[in-house]
Write a protein that binds this ligand. Sequence first.
Ligand code: PMP
Length: 314
Amino acid sequence: MGFDQSQWVWMNGELIPWQEANVHISVHGLHYGSGVFEGVRCYQTDDGPALFRLEAHLARLYASAEVYGIEIPFTRDELAHATCELIVRNEFTSCYVRHIAFYGSESLGLYPGPCPVEVAILAWPWAPYLGVDGQQSGVRVTVSPWTKFHSRMLPTTAKGCGQYLNSILAVRDAVARGYDEALLLDASGHIAEGSGENLFIVRDGQLFTNGEDDSILLGITRASVIDIAQDLGYPVHVDTLHLDELMSADEVFFTGTATEVAPICEVDGTQIGSGKPGRITTEIQKVFFEAVAGRVPRYRHWLTPAAAVMEALV
Ligand code: PMP
């Protein structure tokens, strides 16, 4: 997991040792999941460790917070600097970064109004979420018996902590039945997303992914992959996805910050395409990894080198 390699945590404005980054058992966020979070990856580049699409992730953090009335008592710039400082201080070359803002301790009434907002940033080395092997050879997925909640229940475009109980039910069921990941359908029976990933289908040299009306989180990796695919000359269609389209696809893959780009080789015992990572998936994966490493000039603006941000402050 790599938690043991992390020495410092940024919490409410200061860097503190990992062991001291604690909260009281009475925090609202623990009881009701009343918090919002982000996951960002930091990659090794020639300019040192660099955060991939930090601005987009922070924008989504503040948008998620707004949905739940969580007033983050720091500016976006302050959190961006804090993120870079945390990485430099921990001496990480690459890592995963977790931002969280949640209602703290004051009341356990459901109305969170009186509770202070606490903010923390963690960083630790984290291997690809579905495994290096899964990323290279493809993952096995099952359609979940759990339905992805509809945005009229909880806004799927926000990363609310408690929202992830839905994902936890789905992934626990999938793992118990021997699969790598769950695929959730929405309330209409159309494809929504993985427990923590967006989905792309490849058919006849074109890409298909679903959109905001399909009960998904609008993934930042998804947006990056749409750009990469279009730049490579592949048309990308954003529309509702049906299960039969998935089963008959040439290629299918997941995208997500933790997962990066991972081919799906099987859905409930049905092989997808050749059962091996497809040509277009592999091509997109390759460009994605070049981009995050800062080796593609046209995507370099997606990267925030941590040390450069710190030096600019001195
Ligand atoms: N869907 C869900 C439910 C997720 O938790 C994630 C991970 N944040 C994604 C999709 C992928 O989003 P991103 O590419 O921004 O990490």
